[in-house]
Design a protein around this ligand. Structure first.
Ligand SMILES: O=P(O)(O)OC[C@H]1O[C@@H](O)[C@H](O)[C@@H](O)[C@@H]1O
Length: 293
């Protein structure tokens, strides 16, 4: 088990390595998980034209969206912590698992945008030979309730998004952002992606599976009520300047989120939400899903 300070693309980073060989790379800038190698394969997508630092959001990996999801408020899109250079490493540990905890505290700059005092702690842990967990804790250090929306905006790497099936959302209501947030109901059965998709699944269950050929990822979320599903699709992909031609096919965003209803943290209290990904065998996963286990 190893935790190393390193740098990539001009940014300081922390590299976690598990005894199994799995690894994770986290930029301190934006507390941005940018790589998770599991079973010898990269599981997260990062655009080949991503921009690093300088107040830009890194296109791919797991941007931390806080205290505002997307354009649902007056703050910059997806909030300000995904572009902050004020994150610091609070601690690292190698046992029992490689882990880094980053911290961000309010300051004059954040209070100009968002008046409330806060302390965020974000941990990334390789907590098994084939799993990784992220947890975001929001401590309200002020005297008034603190409300926010948020997401762990995960870009999963997939061979071709059109061949992926997503299991676990059947029967849920969702807001469709491609149709002015009209509320629809997801048909039962696996979901496949055909064209642009931008949805917030309301009160989504903890568990979902993303099946991509022979490999699958089990996603477990905790504390975040909603799940966001996003792929830009071929037609609109040209509008994203930090996504190279054709790269829209190679990602699927499936994000643990607190989106439809803001989370509220009383004064001096804290809130925690997180997600765990595990690499699983697609046949096993599909077998269990069809048996309803
Ligand atoms: O381009 P950005 O700011 O990283 O946002 C990407 C997408 O993020 C998703 O989470 C949203 O649902 C989309 O509406 C949005 O377009």
């Amino acid at each position: 088990m190893k935790v190393e300070q390193t740098s990539r693309n001009g940014l300081p980073a922390v590299l976690l390595t598990h005894a199994s060989g799995s690894s994770a790379l986290i930029y301190i800038y934006a507390a941005h998980l940018a790589s998770w190698v599991c079973g010898g394969a990269e599981r997260l997508f990062v655009s080949s034209t991503a921009e690093y630092g300088g107040g830009k959001a890194i296109r791919g990996g797991v941007p931390v969206c806080w205290p505002q999801f997307a354009g649902r408020g007056a703050l910059p899109k997806h909030g300000f912590v995904r572009t902050s250079d004020k994150w610091r490493v609070l601690r690292t540990s190698t046992e029992p698992y490689p882990c880094v905890v980053l911290e961000l505290v309010d300051d004059d700059e954040t209070r100009r945008l968002f008046p409330q005092p806060f302390k965020l702690q974000y941990s990334v842990t390789l907590d098994g030979p084939s799993s990784i967990s992220m947890a975001l804790s929001v401590l309200n250090t002020g005297t008034e309730p603190l409300s926010f929306t948020a997401a762990l905006h995960t870009y999963f790497r997939v061979a071709d998004v059109r061949g992926v099936s997503l299991h676990g959302l059947g029967g849920l209501r969702y807001e469709d952002n491609t149709r002015a947030n009209a509320v629809e109901t997801q048909p039962e059965g696996p979901l496949s992606i055909a064209g642009e998709v931008d949805r917030v699944y309301l009160d989504a269950p903890a568990e979902a599976h993303i099946v991509d050929g022979a490999s699958a990822i089990k996603v477990l979320k905790l504390g975040f009520p909603d799940a966001v599903l996003w792929n830009i699709g071929e037609r609109a992909a040209g509008g994203i300047k930090d996504l190279a031609p054709g790269e829209w096919q190679h990602y699927l965003c499936y994000e643990a989120g607190a989106v439809a209803k803001p989370a509220t943290v009383p004064a001096s209290a804290s809130w925690t939400g997180g997600q765990t990904f595990s690499c699983v065998d697609a046949c096993d996963a599909l077998g269990k899903l069809s048996l309803g286990k």
